[in-house]
Design a protein around this ligand. Structure first.
Ligand code: MN
Length: 233
């Protein structure tokens, strides 16, 4: 007999996979902080520090299909909503204590994501030494495009990454400039948590993070992946 619940459980969060009917079910969303040198500098930090992580809830995902424009509501409480364009690695095979050398075997595919940030609230929390959740882990904070399987995309290690707002460049860099590359990130992450199929890793953002307002449209691109277009409503 099927399990009974006291109310209907939420639908599984899932992301379309380019060229396939089957979807990618999301387990957890891990994010890497300050993983491009020029972005670390603009946030007031210098020098290589060990990678550090925060999470967003799986249902913060906003799915945007290929060739579609998605939208997110301007979130509550903030007056400084920032875009952070990021390469997202999607885990297909879980594991604990994965070495950087083995890490690529655990990746199912890649996508373009936006780590939307209530920068003013994050800043307040930083000052007080409190958790970042209210600045990072809010509803609709993780717009993402379709996942492109590794068999099609290859492993993305050298690719232009950019986001434009109103047709103008805001962020433009190359994922080769990641301080901790994806293999190293997975090594560190899997030492702390057992990775599971369905985990997403937002790998960090390059310099140029800035505010968007209602009516702005963000166009995020990483060479080799479908464009992510998201309007702030
Ligand atoms: Mn980020």
């Amino acid at each position: 007999m099927a399990s009974e619940y006291v109310f209907a459980p939420p639908a599984a969060v899932s992301i379309p996979v380019l060229g396939q009917q089957a979807r990618f079910p999301v387990h957890r969303i891990y994010c890497v902080g300050r993983n491009y040198e020029e972005h670390a500098k603009e946030m007031g930090f210098t020098g290589r520090e060990p990678p550090f992580f925060f999470m967003k809830p799986a249902d913060a995902v906003v799915v945007v299909d290929a060739d579609q424009s998605g939208s997110i509501p301007y979130p509550s409480l903030t007056k400084n909503l920032h875009h952070e364009i990021e390469l997202v690695a999607a885990i297909g095979t879980g594991g604990k204590n994965i070495s950087a050398a083995d890490a690529h075997k655990h990746i199912f595919g890649y996508a373009v994501g936006l780590d939307m940030t209530r920068r003013d609230l994050q800043g307040d929390m930083k000052k007080q030494g409190r958790p970042w959740d209210i600045g990072k882990s809010f509803d609709h904070s993780a717009p993402i495009g379709p996942i492109v399987p590794v068999v099609q995309a290859g492993h993305i290690e050298q690719a232009e990454i950019s986001v434009q707002v109103g047709g103008k460049d805001r962020q433009r860099s190359n994922v080769s400039k990641l301080i901790w590359n994806i293999g190293e990130t997975i090594e560190h992450l899997s030492a702390a948590w057992e990775l599971q199929p369905g985990d997403l890793i937002f790998t960090g953002t390059p310099e140029g993070v800035a505010a968007v307002v209602s009516g702005d449209t963000m166009v995020g691109q990483i060479a080799g992946l479908p464009t992510l277009t998201v309007r702030v409503s």
